[in-house]
Structure formats: structure tokens, C-alpha cells
Design a binder for this molecule. Structure first.
Ligand code: SF4
Length: 433
């Protein structure tokens, strides 16, 4: 019997890839374990987007190499994911046995079984993993519909680590949806670095058409369909209308705007102006004013000035994002920004970030306060750590903690109406009615 231990870092795409690998390994008789010393193979799925995540992986590889030296000379330390492109040599020097880039990780299970690897060429031979229900949240599934990215935002490392945009055939996606529904998925997320670019590289249907085709398959089943991430330059009215008209598609949109300043957007190579972004949000709200928006913002890039930062704060307060992922710019090697030596100021970035967090916190709180007293449809995600309350999500991605003091048991994936009683932190608190 062979045991493996797996650690995952980074985005939902990595989580989906790790999940598929776990299933492939189980299919060939491997057993997953939490006990590192018991395992025959240790697999780390890595992320290069932030320096901090890379540093952590280096530390883990060194630690696993010491376990190998002390307890199990035959242990295999396997690295997969984005760091294979950025740090292969360092990973080997710290003790990794094999480093698989994202084009080759599909074969890890086969390699661990037979020691044979059919090496694939980067940017050429990508094979999509078979989708599976999530290993931890068994009502959820993540289905990658594109891989890689051709947008080349100047701060971003993804085009280097994952390669060119590649869309999965729509026939394969639709089969994947049927398979996941058959296996009990209630909450399916279509994944891609920019899902709105779906189909631009192949002769197939558009992203909007894909939503319509998937909705037909879902039919009257109460299954929630989500997608991420969208890019403002490709987001159009047809997608907004699809969100409104298709009963399976959830009324939430993650639309990163990154900066309120046109100079910064230009240096970032985002390919839209802030006026165009605002126009898209306004037609989205014309289609349905109840859509909930979330976003990503980077501050401190390209020596952002105080007045440029104020433009970002204005967008945050005027649009009203219920949730925002906020970052201080940190330079990543290989990116266009790093090659062009685009300057930045770490201290200014830190100061801007803390002020932005404060503003965003208030915006989120004010928006969520408006939900108190309302009755919302929610899907149960899981039981909280206290083993008493339940965590759930609304269709528009609001988190809600459900009072479980009535002693009733609720199952992940079940849908209920919940009355919102109050707010705690960034979560609503409610009771099932
Ligand atoms: S759209 Fe821009 S930020 Fe997103 S993955 Fe592509 S290059 Fe990176």
C-alpha cells in the first residue's frame, strides 16, 4: 500500500488541479495521509503570485527533505504548479526529487506508479484534468474552462507560469457538468484566469453561449452556477443578461478594477480605462440592480501618487463592492514590470493599503447592514469549528453564519431561507425560517 501527503497553495485553479490529482492517485490505489512520516510521496502544489507563498514553499521543501534524510530515504518530494516555472533549480537544490510544470502535472499519478514520464512541451501539449467533486466540500466542484492567459498585465506572473490561453472544448465542459451533477454537485464554479476570454483561441462557442448551454443541462435542478475571474475588457452586456436570465447562474460578479487611475491602468496594461469600467458596472446595474460586485485592487504600483490613490478610493466608495481583495504591489521576477524596472515605493504602498482597507471595511459593513431583517436564500457550506453553528452562502456570495442552537442538523448543499438578524465581522448572522 502506498501513501501520499499533499499540500496545496494558491488559487482555486490549483485547488481544482490538486483535487483531480488526489482522485487520480486514489484510482490507482494510493492512500492520502496527514502523517508526513508515513507517506511514500509528498506533493506540494505551488503558487508564484506572491513572494510570501514562494518563501513558504521553500521552507516546506527544506523541512520535507530533512524528514527524508532522517526517516525515509525512499520518500519522493514532488513539486507541481507555478513555481516549477519560476524556481525549478532552487527547488531541486533544497531537496525536491521531481518538479512538474503545469503542462506535465497531469502525469504525476502515472509517474508515481511506474516511474515513467511522457514529457510534454510547455505552451504546447496542455491536457485538462478530469473534474471531480471537491474533496473537502462534497457539494462543491470547480471546473477549469480555460488555462493560462494572454493578457500580459504587467505586474502578473501567470502568463509565464501557466502559458498561453487555452480554452477547453465546450463538448468536454458540458460532459464535465453532467458528470459533476451525477456525482452530487450542488455548487459548480467555472474557472479560468479570465473566463470572459473563453473560446477566443479556438473555433467554439462564446462564454455567454456556454452559460446558456450549461443552464439547459442544469434545468430545474437547484444547482448554483458561478464563474471566476472576469476581466473588465471582455465583460459585456450579453454576460450581464445571461446572469439575469439564467436561473442557475448566481447574481454575483467578481470584476477586478485594480486601480482608479488611468495612468496606472495603462502601466498595468489592463486595456480599459476607469470610465469604461464604470460604464460596464452601470449597464450591469441597469440589467439588474441586485447584482453583488467584488473586486481586486493593487496599490503602490508605478509610484502611484496621492491623487491617483484618491481616484481608487472614489471608485471604491462610489461603486460599493461588498468584498474586495486588496494588495500592496510587490514585484515578481519575470513580469513585464520587473523587466522594465517599473519603480514602486514599499512604504507608500503599505500606507495606502492600510487606508484602503479601512475605507473598504466601512463600505462592506454599510452594504451588509442593509441585509439585516431580510430573508435570503442560502446554501449550507459546512458546520462551523464550534460544531454548533453552520456556515452558508447566499446566491450572491454573501457569507452567513446560521444559528445551530436549535439542535437541528443541516446538510452541506441543502438550500434554506434564512432571516438575517445581525452582522459579525464580514459575515451576516441568521436563523433558518
Ligand atoms: S488577466 Fe492579467 S492579472 Fe489576470 S491572470 Fe491574466 S495577466 Fe494575470
Amino acid at each position: 500500500m502506498k501513501y501520499f501527503y499533499l499540500e496545496n497553495y494558491g488559487c482555486q485553479m490549483n485547488r481544482a488541479d490538486s483535487n483531480s490529482l488526489i482522485h487520480s492517485l486514489r484510482d490507482i490505489g494510493f492512500i492520502q495521509t496527514d502523517d508526513v512520516k508515513k507517506s511514500d510521496s509528498i506533493i506540494i502544489n505551488t503558487c508564484s503570485v506572491r513572494e510570501h507563498a514562494e518563501e513558504r514553499v521553500f521552507g516546506r521543501v527544506r523541512y520535507f527533505a530533512s524528514i527524508k534524510r532522517r526517516f525515509n530515504k525512499n520518500l519522493k518530494i514532488i513539486i507541481m504548479g507555478c513555481m516549477a516555472q519560476t524556481s525549478k533549480d532552487i527547488l531541486y537544490s533544497f531537496g525536491a526529487d521531481n518538479v512538474f510544470d503545469v503542462y506535465n502535472e497531469i502525469d504525476i499519478a502515472q509517474y508515481l506508479k511506474s516511474d515513467i514520464l511522457d514529457e510534454k512541451e510547455f505552451n504546447k501539449d496542455y491536457v485538462f484534468h478530469k473534474p471531480y467533486i471537491d474533496d473537502i466540500y462534497t457539494h462543491k466542484a470547480f471546473l477549469p474552462i480555460t488555462h493560462g492567459c494572454d493578457n500580459w498585465c504587467s505586474y502578473c506572473i501567470v502568463p509565464h507560469t501557466r502559458g498561453h490561453l487555452l480554452s477547453r472544448k465546450s463538448s468536454e465542459i458540458l460532459e464535465g457538468i453532467k458528470q459533476l451533477i451525477g456525482e452530487g454537485a450542488k455548487d459548480i464554479t467555472l474557472l479560468g484566469q479570465n473566463v470572459n476570454s473563453y473560446g477566443l483561441d479556438i473555433d467554439d462557442i462564446t462564454f455567454t453561449d456556454l452559460l446558456y448551454e450549461i443552464d439547459k443541462i442544469i434545468g430545474d435542478n437547484d444547482i448554483w452556477l458561478k464563474f471566476m475571474t472576469s476581466h473588465p475588457k471582455d465583460f459585456d452586456k450579453t454576460i450581464a443578461t445571461a446572469i439575469r436570465d439564467l436561473s442557475s447562474v448566481c447574481e454575483h460578479l467578481h470584476l477586478p478594477f485594480q486601480s482608479g487611475s488611468n495612468r496606472i491602468l495603462n502601466v498595468m496594461n489592463r486595456k480599459y480605462t476607469i470610465e469604461e469600467y464604470l460604464e460596464k458596472v452601470s449597464f450591469l446595474r441597469d440589467v439588474d440592480s441586485s447584482f453583488v460586485l467584488s473586486t481586486d485592487i493593487i496599490v503602490g504600483f508605478a509610484l502611484e501618487t496621492e491623487s491617483e490613490f484618491q481616484e481608487t478610493l472614489n471608485v471604491v466608495t462610489n461603486i460599493g463592492f461588498e468584498e474586495a481583495y486588496l494588495y500592496r504591489y510587490s514585484e515578481r521576477p519575470l513580469t513585464v514590470a520587473s523587466q522594465k524596472n517599473i519603480p514602486y515605493d514599499v512604504d507608500k504602498g503599505k500606507d495606502m493599503l492600510s487606508r484602503l482597507i479601512e475605507v473598504q471595511r466601512k463600505v462592506s459593513h454599510d452594504l451588509l447592514s442593509k441585509q439585516v431583517g431580510k430573508t435570503l436564500k442560502v446554501m449550507i457550506d459546512f458546520i462551523a469549528k464550534d460544531k454548533k453553528n453552520y456556515l452558508a452562502k447566499t446566491r450572491n456570495n454573501r457569507s452567513i453564519i446560521i444559528d445551530g442552537s436549535n439542535g437541528k442538523t443541516y446538510t452541506s448543499g441543502d438550500i434554506y431561507n434564512v432571516q438575517v438578524k445581525s452582522i459579525k465581522g464580514h459575515s451576516l448572522m441568521g436563523e433558518i425560517v
